[in-house]
Design a protein around this ligand. Structure first.
Ligand code: HEC
Ligand code: HEC
Length: 394
């Protein structure tokens, strides 16, 4: 009898070890039981739909089911070559989809080059990544999957073949696209539909807009005034509905902020040297600027040390800050603008007088006010909403 047990134990051990190898799949315990309403949102206090805001050709295919499939794909570690990394590894909901560290590690356990970005109303932006290299969530959806640092899948066939082996996908694809067939293009469409659904406009600031900011404290109001002031100029770059690059083809930052255009009463950039560069021109700034972080940039971003002017929504949650995560706190960020701006040859002209870098000389009290204002942009509903949560964690 004893022998039989030993043999059985050995055989089970061998079987288990085989299935633990590179090809093991990490499976969803059951399909997401709730299909949430992704489509209906509130924008500027009025009803709107995500479908109506999608500007690529896949808008017609958008549904709560395609976003649900996207949610599963987003959190599925099977999309990485060694089943260790999902999009959710570096984009964590409780941190507004950033990750809280300067540079995260990809599937090989090696640090990647840049700071993970929060997903802050991707649907409102037409410049994605720190260097604005991509236009929309649809164009970028699968880039991290095939990236040799991030998720490392070798090619599309490998990805499709792998997902075909997973029991919960046929039904999810059928619900989303009417057939069980899995294709690379359906994978990116669904993923982009989920990313586009991550919409955040439920902050103290948004509440305040409806009623002349009566809900703001004195410090927050002072911070808002400073943020919009000619002296500090924050709102000339972090502008519009999403507090991101102004979208103005003739302005210094070109088209960058997408639908942020004209949403808010924030200043537009000066228009005296009108120079229209098409968005696709390699010289188009695509909503980037050089803010004088260094005299020599190790990473040049879009070019010349210019990086995406990021949204400041949920900024309280998305530290560490800047493209390389160099600043741990918002205090350090404000200190940079106060007295750390370097005289880089391509430093933004807003920060130059007679060809030299200026410092904004922000006092301690002003610093606290600016930070208090930035914290009114936190949307607690976004970070708790189950529809954006990880379906693999029941
Ligand atoms: C290993 C960490 C890591 C993983 C895994 C990862 N990302 Fe990212 N993500 C980043 C970093 C870093 C950036 C900025 C990259 C750059 O600028 O080149 C970024 C940027 C983005 C952006 C641009 C946001 C903006 O506002 O411009 C989106 C969208 C995004 N990732 C989605 C995804 C999706 C979808 C997946 C899964 C397929 C994914 N990421 C997987 C680290 C990661
Ligand atoms: C000339 C345009 C410009 C102006 C003016 C400007 N910013 Fe920025 N801001 C940027 C750019 C570009 C970055 C990203 C730079 C990088 O990573 O290299 C940034 C980054 C930030 C970040 C970090 C964002 C993140 O996700 O890491 C904060 C916070 C911030 N700015 C706040 C402010 C405040 C407060 C002011 C006013 C005192 C201000 N900015 C003025 C362009 C600007």
């Amino acid at each position: 009898m004893k022998k039989v047990w030993i043999i059985t134990a050995f055989v089970s051990f061998v079987l288990v070890s085989c299935f633990k190898g590179e090809n093991t799949l990490n499976l969803l315990p059951k399909l997401p039981s709730t299909v949430y309403d992704y489509n209906n949102i509130e924008r500027f206090g009025s009803k709107a739909t995500i479908q109506g805001m999608i500007r690529d050709t896949t808008a017609q295919m958008y549904s709560n089911h395609s976003a649900t499939l996207g949610r599963v794909l987003f959190y599925d570690v099977n999309l990485s070559i060694n089943n260790k990394v999902s999009c959710g590894t570096c984009h964590i909901q409780s941190l507004a989809f950033a990750d809280g560290i300067a540079k995260n590690k990809g599937f090989k356990g090696v640090e990647i080059e840049r700071n993970s970005m929060g997903l802050i109303n991707p649907i409102l932006n037409n410049n994605m990544f720190w260097d604005s290299r991509t236009k929309s969530p649809l164009d970028l959806a699968l880039q991290p999957v095939f990236n040799h640092q991030e998720m490392g899948m070798e090619n599309q066939t490998m990805l499709v073949n792998k997902l075909e082996k997973i029991s919960y996908y046929p039904e999810l694809f059928k619900n989303a696209f009417g057939s069980e067939e899995i294709t690379e293009s359906k994978i990116s469409i669904a993923m982009s539909h989920f990313i586009n659904s991550v919409f955040s406009q439920n902050s103290k600031f948004d509440e305040g807009r409806k009623d002349e900011f009566k809900n703001f404290t004195g410090l927050e109001l002072f911070g808002k005034t400073l943020f919009e002031s000619e002296r500090l100029m924050c709102s000339q770059c972090h502008s519009g509905e999403n507090f991101s690059a102004p979208d103005f083809p003739g302005g210094p930052y070109g088209s960058g902020g997408g639908m942020g255009r004209g949403g808010m009463d924030f200043a537009m950039p000066p228009t005296n040297d009108l120079m229209i560069i098409p968005f696709d021109d390699p010289n188009s700034p695509r909503g980037t600027a050089n803010i004088g972080l260094d005299l020599n940039y190790k990473d040049n971003g879009r070019q010349q040390g210019k990086f995406k002017i990021p949204s400041l929504r949920n900024i309280e949650l998305t530290g560490p800050y800047m493209h390389d995560g160099r600043f741990k706190t918002l205090e350090e960020v404000v200190d940079h603008y106060s007295h750390g701006i370097k005289n880089h040859p391509h430093l933004d002209s807003k920060f130059k007088r007679q060809g030299k870098a200026i410092q904004l000389n922000i006092s301690e009290n002003e610093k606290q006010a600016l930070i208090a204002f930035m914290k009114t942009l936190t949307d607690n509903n976004l970070i708790r909403n189950p529809k954006f949560s990880d379906p693999f964690k029941y």
